[in-house]
Design a protein around this ligand. Structure first.
Ligand SMILES: [Zn+2]
Length: 142
């Protein structure tokens, strides 16, 4: 995504349809529809993914999309990316070669690296400029 579009879409204040959302179940992924607070026609999707290649291993990642394009991906488990340790973030802008250049979460000033299924969601929403007051609850099977 070009830098100008990325920054505009990333920095705009976002919300979900409801302030109450429920986490994805273990072993699944869930898509949450979101929009800009100032303009509901500017839409986003947040994907919480708990589906791994290896069921015996933990897996948790997050994606922010807009208009079918990936904007941000956070990998909390799994393989290092070109020498960058996990957890790390991919930013799909020009500055980061459209996600090819990953950044360790450690090097982001205010990002908590937790892999707690709720707290990590809170961190992802905070990073991506979602409004405050969104209540995230556990799915019943956790
Ligand atoms: Zn990665």
């Amino acid at each position: 995504m070009n830098q100008r579009d990325y920054l505009k879409l990333h920095n705009i204040l976002k919300s979900f349809k409801s302030d109450e959302i429920e986490c994805c179940k273990k072993g699944k992924q869930k898509v949450f529809n979101a929009h800009a607070v100032s303009n509901s026609k500017i839409t986003f999707k947040v994907i919480q993914n708990r589906k791994g290649h290896r069921p015996d291993r933990k897996n948790l990642s997050y994606v922010l999309m807009s208009k079918g394009e990936w904007m941000v991906r956070v990998d909390l488990h799994g393989q290092n990316h070109k020498g960058v340790p996990t957890p790390h973030i991919h930013i799909y802008d020009e500055l980061h070669d459209n996600g090819q250049i990953a950044i360790s979460l450690k090097s982001l000033a205010h990002y908590n690296e937790t892999d707690d299924v709720i707290q990590s969601f809170v961190e992802f929403l905070k990073y991506n400029c979602f409004k405050h007051g969104i209540n995230i609850s556990n799915a019943l099977d956790i």
